[in-house]
Design a protein around this ligand. Structure first.
Ligand code: G1P
Length: 293
């Protein structure tokens, strides 16, 4: 195998309408809803940064302008914090800001599915392997899920998908993969299916929304063939790519907890879990939760 190329760019599809969170998402993108005191998208960007990602490609849509503003300087606010000697707050703000030129924004223009959103990033990604992070899915663990994948990629090359077990009655909601060895942390993928009908899933390992993909995925997405739900599915293009032995797919099992923030329960649970990580909040929050239940 030729030496693996470094993964420098990450694609973050953020064009979804967030209808499940209306009316909160009428004027605010769902990615900007807060998990404790940061927008959800910031947690995902931080996970990518921890994996060494240097360039963030946001695939946006109409009414998503404040995501772009969030990842830029806010001179008035910074000047005010500085004048008021709120150094800690100012430093915290600046620490999470990507450097100039480290972000790109492109628009999906039409809601044709995840595969189409990823394809929209093709010119910015170019001919190199890249990471893909679905921002609805927060991966909460001791280490960055993407960092684990980038480590695994150095051994395997090719394509990687993060997976984790879900209860059998939920397999129809996700992409599901079959693997050679379900016990091992990294295992060759033997099959994939997008949202299999109940009772037909090849395993209980679901695709959690973190990927390392080779650029050869783009010409397959270009075919724009609609799959499950009438949408252009990334999973279908990955199945097509995996048929070529030169483009193997490995699963990396994520051992932390995944919060599906596309659902209200997942979003609420993520807020509690991330707050319980915080020394300044956890003791009081524990008391509040006890009183509530
Ligand atoms: C997408 C992927 C699916 C994956 C899921 C994780 O589905 O197509 O394979 O399991 O994200 O959230 P979506 O949630 O966009 O329907």
């Amino acid at each position: 195998m030729t030496k693996s190329k470094r993964i420098c760019k990450a694609v973050l599809p953020v064009a979804g309408l967030g209808t499940r969170f209306l009316p909160a998402t009428k004027a605010v993108p769902k990615e900007m809803l807060t998990i404790v005191d940061k927008p959800a998208i910031q947690h995902v960007v931080n996970e990518a940064k921890a994996a060494g990602i240097e360039h963030f490609v946001f695939v946006t849509g109409r009414n998503k302008g404040c995501i772009e503003d969030h990842f830029d300087h806010q001179f008035e606010l910074e000047a005010t914090l500085s004048a008021k000697k709120k150094t800690k707050e100012l430093e915290a703000l600046l620490a999470e800001l990507p450097a100039a030129g480290q972000t790109s924004f492109t628009r999906q223009q039409a809601p044709l599915g995840l595969g189409h959103a990823v394809w929209c990033a093709r010119d910015i990604v170019g001919n190199e392997p890249f990471a893909l992070l679905l921002p609805d899915m927060l991966h909460h663990g001791k280490t960055s899920c993407l960092a684990e994948m980038v480590d695994a990629y150095e051994q395997t090359g090719g394509n990687l998908i993060a997976v984790s077990p879900v209860p059998e009655d939920q397999t129809h909601q996700y992409g599901i993969v079959g693997v050679e060895d379900a016990q091992s942390k990294v295992s060759r993928i033997t099959g994939m299916v997008e949202k299999p009908p109940k009772g037909t899933a090849p395993s209980n390992l679901h695709i959690t929304g973190r990927y390392v993909l080779e650029p050869e995925i783009f010409p397959l997405l270009e075919r724009q063939e609609a799959g499950a739900g009438g949408e252009i599915q990334l999973t279908d293009a990955m199945i097509a790519l995996s048929k070529n032995p030169q483009h193997p797919f490995h699963a990396v099992r994520f051992d932390g907890t995944i919060y599906d923030c596309g659902s209200k329960i997942g979003f609420l649970a993520a807020n509690v879990a991330y707050a319980l990580d915080r020394e300044d909040l956890a003791p009081q929050l524990r008391t509040v939760i006890k009183d509530l239940i």
